[in-house]
Write a protein that binds this ligand. Structure first.
Ligand code: SAH
Ligand code: SF4
Length: 374
């Protein structure tokens, strides 16, 4: 028997097409789509306003399958970290960060990452594979259901009555290197028949894959965060190999163009503070000059470095982070310092690597060895 179609892989237009192929009307697709995403239902028998005959047909040809939760850690501050099973030895992580006025889910887009940023533990693991739509939107689907079970506070705001009100594509992987599945997943997040999040509540973070920033502008311009991490090309190339392909001036030009359609009128630049590498007062001044020269309205988010074994980098002291922030603010930029959440459960950026992933790391290394010509 052919594999049943996983309906979690399909956007509403795709689901409608699939229904048409089965001889079913478009409004049926919309009903099923709502059952799946708005109510979190996977069992066709529970879809009570669908005719029994159609339910039977769906049971034979389709399924709603999300990745299973391998483990779940809850921090004292309310942060929840999920480890999802995405096949043999592979784990991806998803983090829920509750705040007073929102619940943000940090979603992964790939298993590992090919871009090899020197300060990132995901990058150190190498690239394993891209996630499918059902594995990406599945993180939102499962998290909403599970957080409701856990009694995560529902937001007062009637529009966002489910736990996840915001999504940031800032988990493992480079979302713009898994373009189509990421765009489809975000389309489902925005769809009023699914999660109904506005474009400003969905943020994609990229290390700067310039051609795909341009494609995203055409396809689905959500809020954009760009991992800059350096005030000049010499430093950036040392810590982010992608800078050799798309240097800062090229990247900032693409950011400026993106703003023509972006849901916010600034780009968020992420800047991880690495002791003795990019954190001097002169670097702050140079960063302000670089942003000003490119004429990109910008907000800078200073990220305390999250150390991991053998990273070779150290955290900048608090005072120096504050000094860096002050210099940017004096130059007229909004600069924030990212609060570290979920410290007790290793839920911070660049730490999204549990034991399962460490196992994978060895596997990836081995694969690379075998692939190397002798
Ligand atoms: N690949 C995308 C999104 C995932 S990384 C990107 O690079 O933007 C999300 C953010 O965490 C990026 O800004 C990344 O640079 C940052 N990050 C990676 N490793 C980190 C670490 N060890 N400490 C703090 N931030 C880190
Ligand atoms: Fe990949 Fe982002 Fe990590 Fe760089 S920082 S290696 S792009 S996940």
């Amino acid at each position: 028997m052919a594999e049943r179609t996983n309906l979690l892989d399909l956007t509403l237009p795709r689901l409608t097409e699939w229904f048409a192929q089965q001889g079913e009307k478009p409004f049926r697709a919309k009903q099923v789509f709502r059952w799946i995403h708005q109510r979190g239902v996977a069992d066709f028998d529970a879809m009570t306003d669908i005719a029994k005959s159609l339910r039977e047909k769906l049971k034979a040809t389709a399924q709603v399958r999300a990745p299973a939760i391998l483990s779940e850690h809850r921090s004292e501050d309310g942060t929840v970290k999920f480890l999802f099973d995405v096949g043999v030895g592979n784990g991806i992580e998803t983090v829920f960060i509750p705040e007073d006025d929102r619940g943000t889910l940090c979603v992964s887009s790939q298993v590992g990452c090919a871009l090899d940023c020197k300060f990132c533990s995901t990058g150190r693991q190498g690239f394993n594979r891209d996630l499918s739509v059902s594995e990406i939107i599945g993180q939102v689907w499962v998290a909403n259901k599970r957080l409701e079970e856990l009694g995560a506070a529902r937001l007062e705001d009637a529009e966002y009555h489910r736990p996840v009100s915001n999504v940031v594509m800032m988990g493992m992987g480079e979302p713009l290197n898994n373009f189509a599945p990421v765009v489809d997943s975000m389309a489902i997040m925005l769809d009023d028949n699914a999660y109904g999040l506005s474009r400003r509540r969905v943020t994609l973070s990229t290390s700067g894959v310039v051609p795909n920033i341009r494609k995203l502008k055409e396809a689905l311009p959500v809020a954009l965060a760009v991992s800059l991490h350096a005030p000049n090309d010499a430093i950036r190339s040392k810590i982010m190999p992608i800078n050799d392909a798309y240097p800062i001036a090229t990247l900032l030009a693409a950011c400026k163009d993106y703003l023509e359609v972006a849901p916010r009128d600034f780009i968020t630049f992420e800047y991880v503070m690495l002791k003795g590498v990019n954190d001097a007062p002169d670097h702050a001044r140079e960063l302000a000059r670089t942003l000003a020269a490119a004429k990109v309205p910008a907000k800078v988010n200073l990220i305390p470095f999250n150390p991991f074994p053998e990273s070779g980098f150290e955290k900048t002291e608090r005072d120096r982070v504050h000094l860096f922030q002050k210099i940017l603010m004096d130059a007229g930029y909004i600069a924030t310092i990212r609060k570290t959440r979920g410290d007790d459960i290793d839920a911070a950026c660049g730490q999204l690597a549990g034991q399962v992933v460490n196992r994978m790391k060895r596997k990836v290394v081995n694969v690379h060895r075998q692939a190397r010509p002798h």
